[in-house]
Design a protein around this ligand. Structure first.
Ligand SMILES: Cc1ncc(COP(=O)(O)O)c(C=O)c1O
Length: 460
């Protein structure tokens, strides 16, 4: 900050603070949403660290900006004070004046700054999620084309070798027999039908996607909603136990919300076994998740219950665009599911419709499974190194649990949240009068930090 030069006119005083190289740009950067030192520096590409420190200190002394602690993260966050906010109008007016009266030479244009400005103005939560979250790695393009050539050569475009290979790959990862479906719903209906839920009650968490209760209703079951825990957003054992005694259900759906495994899975599965309740795990979010305890083997989602049902829909961590998978340790259920996805063929002793997956999509699923470990490791590395230090109020996993990080969940508002996992509990959507306080709390009290797989660049 320059020393005063003996002027008392407010314009002179203002100029002492503002009319310095970089200072208006720092104010602009703060105005467009840069708050960390790094973000502010990125919008002033040639400023030295020392000079930026000096400018920020000067602006803080002048009461134009304030520093706030960065949650659990490193460094501080910088915000405009009310006085600083008023300076934004001045800066924008200066910009208008410059655009109108100054001529820019080609060397004045800096593509880096243009890209930075675009990035700062993009409102991530308004981008269509389906477009930006597919973790397809372009390095897999040749492999996918090779597999598609195989499909074409095989002249079998459904229920062929690729379907079996996708099932085998999933089964190897999941540790259970697997049957491919065209989507989650077919797999869920097969499991519910096998469980015989028609006319019976099925316990379902309210904090889930509507697919979960709708599948039960479609299978002719009655839905009774269960509350969740605030810690993991998944079904609460305490409320599950209450609901078991109240409703005497035929089956239950346990949803692994957000990419980790429901913390109460052990106790819920144990009670289901003891009470003869058929347990279906909705694993639609949980690709890549695992839980290894006391040095034991890693246990995968879907292995607690009688069946696990997966989705490979376009937004999932591992996606084939569309697709589903049923996993189970019961051979009779696997056999039932294979017939169910194909109208009950060959003998039609059971119901079913067309839930087959095309061989081309199965090839895509296979490629994605082969890349899954890397995608999940990448997301976990970014979460540990970059996000955890910034978000102290985050969802915390028990020892030995790895999340596939479908969502990175925090319990504090974040500026660029991708939105909630679910902001409307299913019991409210369906007009059930249940009192589920944790579910209501979760619906309003969590946010998701964007965390999408960015594959390594393709080298020619
Ligand atoms: C928890 C949950 N269950 C079920 C589904 C349904 O999966 P699909 O879209 O493959 O039918 C989804 C999402 O798509 C989901 O998030």
């Amino acid at each position: 900050m320059q020393k005063g030069y003996g002027q008392y006119c407010p314009i002179a005083k203002w100029a002492e603070i503002f009319a310095e190289r970089w200072t208006p740009l720092i104010i602009r950067n703060l105005h467009v949403g840069a708050h960390t030192f790094g973000e502010i520096a990125a919008g002033c590409p040639r400023i030295s660290t020392t000079l930026l420190v000096q400018r920020l200190q000067g602006l803080e002394r002048a009461g134009v900006i304030e520093r706030r602690p960065n949650g659990g993260g490193r460094g501080s966050l910088y915000y405009l004070t009310p006085a600083g906010q008023e300076l934004v109008d001045v800066a924008l007016q200066l910009g208008n004046w410059g655009a109108r009266w100054l001529e820019l030479a080609p060397e004045d244009y800096d593509p880096f700054v243009v890209l930075w400005a675009w990035k700062m103005h993009v409102s991530l939560e308004r981008l269509p999620q389906a477009r930006i979250v597919i973790g397809f790695d372009l390095r897999d393009r040749p492999r996918l084309h090779e597999l598609w050539d195989e499909v074409i050569a095989s002249q079998q475009w459904s229920e062929g070798n690729m379907t079996r290979r996708f099932e085998a790959a999933w089964s190897a990862w999941n540790g259970l027999g697997a049957v491919v479906f065209s989507g989650w719903a077919g797999a869920a209906l097969a499991a519910l039908e096998f469980a015989g839920v028609s006319g019976e009650t099925v316990l379902v968490p309210s904090n889930t996607f509507m697919a979960t209760p709708l599948a039960v209703l479609h299978a002719g079951g009655r839905v009774a909603f269960v509350d969740c825990n605030r810690e993991d957003l998944c079904m609460s054992f305490a409320d599950f136990e209450r609901a078991v005694h109240e409703h005497r259900p035929r089956a239950a759906m346990l949803v692994h919300i957000g990419g980790h495994i429901a913390f109460d899975s052990d106790r819920i599965a144990e009670l289901c076994r003891a009470e003869g309740i058929f347990l279906i795990e909705d694993c639609a979010h949980a690709h890549g998740a695992g839980w290894a305890r006391d040095g034991g083997a890693t246990r995968r989602p879907g292995t607690w219950g009688d069946a696990g049902v997966w989705s490979f829909y376009a937004t999932k961590t591992i996606s084939a665009g569309e697709g589903g998978m049923l996993v189970s340790r019961h051979d009779d259920l696997l056999e039932f599911a294979r017939a169910f996805r194909n109208y009950g063929k060959p003998d039609y002793v059971q119901t079913g419709l067309n839930f087959r997956l095309s061989e081309f999509t199965a090839a895509l699923g296979l490629v994605q499974v082969e890349r899954m470990e890397e995608i999940v490791a990448w997301k976990n590395a970014v979460a540990r190194e970059r996000l955890d230090p910034r978000y102290d109020a985050r969802l915390r996993l028990p020892d030995g649990m790895v999340s596939g990080l479908y969502k990175y969940i925090v319990f504090e508002p974040v500026e660029r949240s991708t939105g909630k996992v679910y902001d409307q509990p299913c019991h409210r959507i369906l007009g059930h009068p249940d009192h589920l306080p944790n579910t209501d709390w979760v619906a309003s009290g969590h946010w998701c930090v964007p965390l999408y797989y960015r594959p390594a660049p393709v080298t020619p």
